[in-house]
Design a protein around this ligand. Structure first.
Ligand SMILES: N[C@@H](CCC(=O)N[C@@H](CS)C(=O)NCC(=O)O)C(=O)O
Length: 221
């Protein structure tokens, strides 16, 4: 699996984390290839983002597509979606996770930038400043406000976790893994502890750590 890396080998992408957790969930062993932002266009197949996972008979360039493929290929192992309705609802969680990613990234962009090698820094700055229509320094200004916005956006998940241990119900599903990928990304980058002051969310993440601890510990691949 092509896995996004910082200059020191730390793996940062939330979607790559979701993919690795999905592989672990289905008990599929994997190896990772550290991949910088600027290495992505060099991957065979014309991919624009990672994860890109070579499964032998097929190469998958999207975490959700990977989870769907794993569900089809390993129907007898713990489910990632638990049926058609689960797939559809997971798309909603994917949208929520993308929304959260944008909010979480604001207080993290400078730390991510600083963790990249010089050549990659240039690409990251240009592409992100275009995306945000602001300089990285402007995006990162007012971290307290940005962190408060993340905390607010986490409210629905916090409410859900009052009545069930996982987003998936009694057991984790891919929905959990997408959201967990975000917290793992933040943890690896280290700029902000989004679980600080959280009870239910921190307990939920601890439950995931109990199950996927080995995978989450491989912060450098
Ligand atoms: N929908 C894709 C999204 C993957 C994605 O956006 N990956 C980002 C890293 S978090 C990426 O590769 N970005 C490349 C770039 O910005 O150049 C998935 O879930 O796999």
């Amino acid at each position: 699996m092509h896995d996004l890396t910082l200059a020191d080998g730390r793996r940062l992408s939330p979607w790559c984390w979701a993919a690795k957790l999905a592989l672990a969930h289905k008990d599929v062993a994997f190896e990772t290839i550290p991949t910088r932002f600027i290495d992505i266009p060099k991957i065979e197949g014309g991919f624009k983002t990672v994860p890109v996972v070579d499964l032998g008979e097929a190469t998958v360039g999207d975490s959700f597509e990977l989870a769907l493929k794993l569900e089809t290929d390993y129907p007898d192992r713990p489910p990632l979606f638990a049926g058609e309705g689960g797939v559809a609802l997971s798309r909603f969680v994917q949208a929520q996770a993308s929304f959260l990613l944008g909010k979480m990234s604001r207080a993290m962009v400078l730390a991510i930038h600083d963790g990249l090698d010089e050549e990659t820094q240039g690409y990251f700055r240009t592409s992100r400043e275009k995306m945000f229509k602001a300089t990285l320094e402007e995006v990162a200004a007012e971290p307290e406000k940005n962190i408060a916005a993340v905390k607010d956006a986490l409210t629905p998940i916090r409410i859900l976790l009052r009545s069930q241990p996982f987003l998936g119900g009694e057991t984790p599903l891919f929905a959990d893994l997408m959201v967990a990928g975000l917290f793992q990304w933040a943890r690896v980058v280290g700029a902000v502890d989004y679980l600080a002051g959280e009870d239910r969310l921190a307990e939920w993440f601890a439950r995931l750590e109990a199950r996927y601890g080995e995978t989450l510990a491989r912060t450098n691949g």
